[in-house]
Ligand binder design. Structure first.
Ligand code: ADE
Length: 418
């Protein structure tokens, strides 16, 4: 086996933690049972670039049970759980290339190692596999059936490729499934981001001015949970409709330049660059905490924070203290990388259950249906999305009503009015 991980001796702890996650992933468990019988991924080489967490471990096991040969690498330099990587290699025999804290060179070395499998299917979280193939390894395209994409940022990159006519394989936007973004982005990011901030800082959320930049599904989740813990939540937006929605959800809205003066904790979830930048750092009070839960570490303009600072030290794990020339201190969390995965464990298993059910079923769909697909970004088929919701409800013991024949007829007719 080929692999590059921190320490194989960490595997025992990783195995237990993967088991714990799997106990909270009932939909994936059902898929695994069917995959064991039907082996829909038989003979398929699958390269996955995902956060290497316990939940990803469960997904890898399901895909392998379905017959896939797999190589896994990290989709972020700071999100790997080294014990999970060790267990994937030792206990699950999955070739894994990821080490928490790897630098950019090793990160891309690991991406290239995963692509060394010559995959038929790519599974991305942020589109680094697909973009590396299109930029540097076009020879791999001849064997590629298609890919799947986990996250908003990745889908945005892929759509940009499609619009420029550069996308050379079909990709399924798992992020856009309702059973993904309504739950993972909102409740997963909401809870795990607060968890990450607390684990890194042990700050009291109650009573603080908590600034959430971006009111997409992730921002909504973070704002909701910060408010639930007693923060005064201030939302920053550039989109008028989202700003209006945040206002009517009961949050304060203001430009970042105003919020910079009063925020105690700042959290970016916009997917865009330089949301918090030099002029904002200059306005912040001593002790302000700045973190990010967006996919890339570009939302906080770290180079300008470096420029403004006369001193920098690590004061706690995942907390960098920057001292500005006038003595004010600004605390940057997790090098500006996704704080929910850097200092915490990412989204809880029970929400990743749905995201990764979409991944497994989209990979199966891609293998079966790729001949019918063009080089475009596709939604997860509605029947898959709805089926995942039904299975999740079943697993939670929740029953819902069915339309009566009269109601169905009413909904499909146009004649009846007042
Ligand atoms: N993205 C966010 N949370 C995650 C998790 N727990 N596992 C994999 N990817 C994630």
């Amino acid at each position: 086996m080929d692999y590059d991980i921190k320490d194989i001796k960490l595997s025992a702890q990783g195995k237990l933690r993967i088991e714990w996650a799997s106990n909270n992933m009932p939909v994936l468990k059902l898929i695994k049972k069917r995959f064991a019988k039907e082996r829909p991924l038989n003979g398929i080489r699958l390269a996955a670039c995902l956060h290497v967490t316990t939940e990803t471990g469960v997904l890898m096991d399901v895909l392998k049970t379905g017959g896939a040969e797999i190589r896994l690498c990290a989709s972020n330099p700071l999100s790997t759980q080294d014990d999970v990587a060790a267990s994937l290699v030792k206990d699950f025999k999955i070739e894994t290339f990821s080490i928490k804290g790897e630098d950019t060179r090793i990160y891309y070395h690991h991406i290239n190692s995963a692509l060394g499998l010559k995959p038929h299917v790519t599974m991305d979280d942020g589109a680094d596999l697909v973009s590396t193939i299109h930029k540097n390894k076009q020879d791999l395209l001849s064997e590629i059936l298609g890919g799947t994409e986990e996250t908003t940022t990745g889908v945005i990159r892929l759509r940009a490729m499609e619009h420029e006519g550069k996308l050379k394989c079909p990709v399924i936007a798992v992020n856009d499934a309702q059973t993904k973004h309504l739950f993972d982005n909102r409740y997963g990011t909401g809870q795990s981001t607060i968890d990450g901030i607390i684990r890194a800082t042990n700050k009291l959320i109650a009573g603080c001015n908590f600034v959430v930049c971006g009111y997409g599904w992730c921002g909504k989740g973070v704002a909701m949970r910060a408010r639930g813990m007693g923060a005064r939540v201030i939302v920053i937006e550039v989109d008028a409709i989202k700003a209006l929605e945040a206002t009517m959800d009961g949050y304060e809205l203001m430009p970042i330049a105003e919020a910079a003066k009063i925020g105690d904790i700042f959290l970016t979830t916009t997917g865009d660059v330089s949301v918090i930048r030099k002029e904002h750092f200059k306005a912040m009070h001593d002790g302000a905490v700045v973190g990010n839960s967006g996919h890339f570490n570009v939302e906080i303009d770290i180079p300008s924070l470096e420029e403004l600072s006369k001193k920098k030290r690590t004061i706690r794990a995942f907390v960098e203290e920057y001292t500005l020339s006038d003595g004010r201190r600004i605390y940057l969390l997790g090098e500006g990388r996704l704080i929910n995965l850097a200092s915490a464990e990412g989204h809880p298993a029970s929400v990743m259950d749905m995201s990764f059910a979409n991944q497994a079923l989209s990979a199966e769909y891609m293998v079966k249906e790729h001949r019918k697909l063009e080089n475009k970004v596709y939604s997860v088929p509605k029947y898959i999305d709805e089926n995942i919701a039904k299975l999740k409800l079943d697993s939670m013991g929740i029953k819902i009503d069915k339309l009566t024949p009269k109601q169905e007829k009413y909904l499909s007719s146009w004649e009846e009015g007042t």
